[in-house]
Design a protein around this ligand. Structure first.
Ligand code: PMP
Length: 389
C-alpha cells in the first residue's frame, strides 16, 4: 500500500499526429476558414497582458467598429461561440424582473427566451411561424403593450432562412425606452448592417460564418444606451465570466487594462486576420459577393425545380438559404450522397424546419461561385439518384 501506479493506460486515440478529412462546409456553419486566418492561429503565443497582444486586441476593436458600422467605443470579442455572445447580452442588458420581448420565429428566439428566463427576466414570446419575419406594426404593438426593457430580433435566422429588416426598428424602440438587441451570428459581414444609423443598441455575432474564422469568438457591440444601462444596473451581472464591466476592463473600455480571464491568444490572432480581410475587401464588396453567389445558387436551384422555403422574396436570407424539400424526396439520402461523393456538407432543417428544408450556407470564405457549382452538382446528382431528373 502507498505506491501509486498508473492503472489507466495511455490511450490509443490521442496519439500520433491528427488528421481530418477535407470537407467543404456549405451548411449553416461553421463555414471553412480563410487560410490566412488559420495560418495566423499557428503564430507563437504572446502573454495575454503583453503590449503587443493589447495592440492586436485594439486592432480587433477597430475591425469590429468597421464591420458593425459603429463609432461606439464599446465593442469586444466575447470568449466563446455565438451563444456566449447571446448570454453576455442577456446577462448584462436585463435585470431580474425586467421584461424582454423576444421575436421568436426560429430556434434562436427560443434560445433567447430560455436564457432570459434563467436570468429571471419576464419573457414575452412573440412567436411567428418559421419563414416569417416581423413588420414594424407587429413590433410597435408589442412595444406599446409590454413596454419591455429589451426587444430581441434575429437578423439572419439560420434555422428558417429569414432576413429580418431592421431599418426603423431602433427608432421605434427609442420611443418606448426599449433597447434593441440583435443576433447577427450568421449575417454579419454577409448582408448590410448599420448599427449606428439604424440605432441598434446591442449586437452579438459569431466568428465562424461570414467572418471566415474558426468558431470560438463572439463579436459584441454595445451602443451608448446599452452601455448606460450596464453602468446604471442596480444588481450585479449574475454571470462572472460574461460581466461586461469586467470583460470590458480587459478590452480597454475604461482606459486601463485589468486581467479578467486569459485572452484567447490564438483565436484572437485569427480574428485580427479575419477582420483585416474584411477591411481589405471592403464591406460593400463583401455584401455584393454574398448577393451574387446567392443569386447564382437560386438560378441553378430553380433549374432543378427547387423552391425557396421563405415565401416573401424580401424576407429571404442570402447567407443561409432554405430550400423546400419536394414531396416524395428523401432529404437525408441527398445530404448523405453529397457528403460521400463530394465531401460536401449540405444541411437539413433545425427546430421548426426539420424535414421541411435543406439549408445551404454561402458565407465568408465559402461564398464563391465554384462552391455554388459544387452544391448544384450535388443537388443534381442527389435528385437524379432518386429519379427526379
Ligand atoms: N444565432 C444564429 C443566427 C446562428 O446561426 C447560430 C449558430 N448556428 C447561433 C446563434 C449560435 O452560435 P454558436 O453555435 O456559435 O454558439
Amino acid at each position: 500500500p502507498g505506491e501509486v501506479v498508473t492503472n489507466v493506460t495511455a490511450p490509443e486515440g490521442p496519439s500520433g499526429v491528427l488528421h481530418v478529412p477535407p470537407r467543404l462546409l456549405m451548411g449553416p456553419g461553421p463555414a471553412n476558414s480563410h487560410p490566412r486566418v488559420l495560418a495566423a492561429q499557428t503564430l507563437p503565443l504572446l502573454g495575454h497582458m503583453h503590449p503587443p497582444f493589447f495592440k492586436i486586441m485594439d486592432e480587433i476593436q477597430q475591425g469590429l467598429r468597421y464591420v458593425f458600422q459603429t463609432n461606439s467605443k464599446h465593442v469586444l470579442m466575447v470568449s466563446g461561440t455565438g451563444h456566449a455572445g447571446m448570454e453576455a447580452c442577456i446577462a448584462n442588458l436585463l435585470e431580474p424582473g425586467e421584461t424582454i420581448v423576444v421575436g421568436n420565429n426560429g430556434i434562436w428566439g427560443s434560445r433567447v427566451c430560455d436564457l432570459a428566463e434563467r436570468y429571471q427576466a419576464k419573457v414575452v414570446n412573440l412567436q411567428k411561424e418559421p419563414g416569417q419575419t416581423y413588420s414594424k406594426d407587429d413590433l410597435s404593438k408589442a412595444l406599446e403593450e409590454h413596454k419591455p426593457a429589451v426587444l430581441f430580433l434575429t437578423q439572419g435566422e439560420s434555422s428558417t432562412g429569414t432576413h429580418q429588416n431592421l431599418a426603423g426598428v431602433g427608432e421605434l424602440c427609442r420611443k418606448h425606452g426599449t433597447l434593441l438587441l440583435v443576433d447577427t451570428v450568421c449575417s454579419l459581414g454577409g448582408v448590410p448592417l448599420f448599427s449606428d444609423a439604424w440605432e441598434v443598441d446591442a449586437i452579438y455575432s459569431g466568428s465562424q460564418k461570414c467572418l471566415a474564422a474558426p468558431p470560438g469568438g463572439a463579436p459584441l457591440f454595445f451602443g451608448e444606451r446599452a452601455f448606460e444601462k450596464l453602468q446604471s444596473r442596480k444588481s450585479k451581472v449574475a454571470s462572472y465570466y460574461f460581466d461586461l464591466n469586467l470583460v470590458g476592463d480587459y478590452w480597454g473600455w475604461y482606459d486601463k487594462r485589468f486581467y479578467h480571464h486569459t485572452g484567447m491568444t490564438s483565436t484572437w490572432y485569427g480574428m485580427r486576420e479575419a477582420l483585416a480581410l474584411v477591411a481589405n475587401e471592403g464591406l460593400d464588396n463583401m455584401w455584393a459577393r454574398h448577393q451574387a453567389v446567392a443569386d447564382h445558387l437560386w438560378a441553378g436551384l430553380r433549374e432543378l425545380n427547387l423552391e425557396p422555403f421563405v415565401e416573401k422574396p424580401e424576407d429571404r436570407l442570402i447567407t443561409v438559404n432554405t430550400i423546400k424539400i419536394p414531396e416524395g424526396v428523401d432529404p437525408v439520402a441527398l445530404v448523405t450522397n453529397a457528403m460521400e461523393k463530394y465531401n460536401l456538407e449540405i444541411s437539413g432543417g433545425l427546430g421548426g424546419t426539420v424535414g421541411k428544408v435543406w439549408r445551404v450556407g454561402l458565407m465568408g470564405y465559402n461564398a464563391k461561385m465554384e462552391n455554388v457549382e459544387m452544391v448544384l452538382a450535388a443537388f443534381r446528382d442527389g435528385l437524379k439518384k432518386q429519379g427526379r431528373l
